[in-house]
Write a protein that binds this ligand. Structure first.
Ligand code: HEM
Length: 228
């Protein structure tokens, strides 16, 4: 045995680190969304914003139904944090927008496909975790800045009516994310299963990129001042 061939030489980095590194490219694609850029730059209006809230409502309904269905699962159940629940916040945002005369938008095809995939994961708890990670850790990261930008761009109060989706009342993002990464690292997955979850994380990003692209296609043509 050479000095380099012991267990430490072959050990993989922590799973949370592998997830972040493997998905960096897809994260850049998500960040680069033309719809998000126009929305956060204040080039759209509340109707265009409502289109995003409406997609989130469908996606989180599927995600949080799955969270509830898998609450007793030894892998998925560890991620069932009630304080993450976004559905009540999305319903409040949609109600606020409706009171302003702004209707809920229909789900795009990309949103429907995303929700269908989530439904399929009832039989694969580790795959559910892949999606849980992409949405909630994203919401607690870049999502926090996105929420503030949207509020100030469209005359809303940051953290108030219309942008409650971005508010986590009982979560401090930094310690929560640190603990979440420890939970990811502790998942009892062999290398093959880790690879499958890594692939599902990339798929989850792809669904999100597709949803944002579907909004760009549907919404942006109505805002000719937007340079895309
Ligand atoms: C303008 C758009 C976006 C910006 C500026 C942004 C920015 C960021 C930043 C700065 C972090 C690192 C935060 C930290 O480590 O504490 C982060 C993490 C993350 N973002 Fe985004 N993001 C954006 C969009 C998205 C989207 C659309 C998704 C997917 C739906 C997403 C998913 C994630 C995830 C899962 C993480 C956690 C990565 C990890 O540490 O494992 N982000 N984002």
């Amino acid at each position: 045995m050479t000095p380099q061939s012991g267990p430490t030489a072959t050990a993989l980095p922590p799973f949370s680190q592998r997830l972040r590194e493997r998905s960096m490219r897809m994260h850049q694609d998500a960040e680069g969304s033309t719809y998000l850029a126009a929305l956060t730059a204040g080039q759209l209006d509340l109707t265009a914003y409502a289109a995003l809230v409406s997609q989130h409502a469908v996606i989180y309904q599927a995600l949080e139904r799955l969270t509830a269905d898998l609450a007793d699962d030894p892998i998925a159940g560890r991620f069932a944090f009630p304080e993450l629940a976004r559905r009540p916040h999305l319903e409040a945002d949609l109600a606020f927008l409706a009171a302003r005369g702004i209707p809920t938008a229909a789900p795009t095809e990309a949103t429907t496909r995303y929700a269908e995939r989530l439904t399929e994961l009832a039989t694969w708890p580790a795959g559910f975790v892949a999606h849980h990670y992409v949405r909630y850790l994203g919401d607690l990261s870049g999502g926090q800045a996105i929420g503030r930008l949207i509020a100030t761009a469209y005359g809303l109060v940051p953290g108030g009516d219309g942008v409650r989706f971005y508010v986590f009342d009982d979560v401090k993002p930094k310690p929560f994310k640190d603990n979440y990464r420890l939970l990811l690292d502790a998942m009892p997955l062999d290398e093959h299963e880790q690879e499958e979850v890594l692939d599902e994380v990339l798929l989850a990003y792809k669904f999100n990129v597709d949803v944002l692209a579907s909004l760009a296609e549907q919404v942006l043509p109505q805002y000719p001042q937007v340079v895309s």
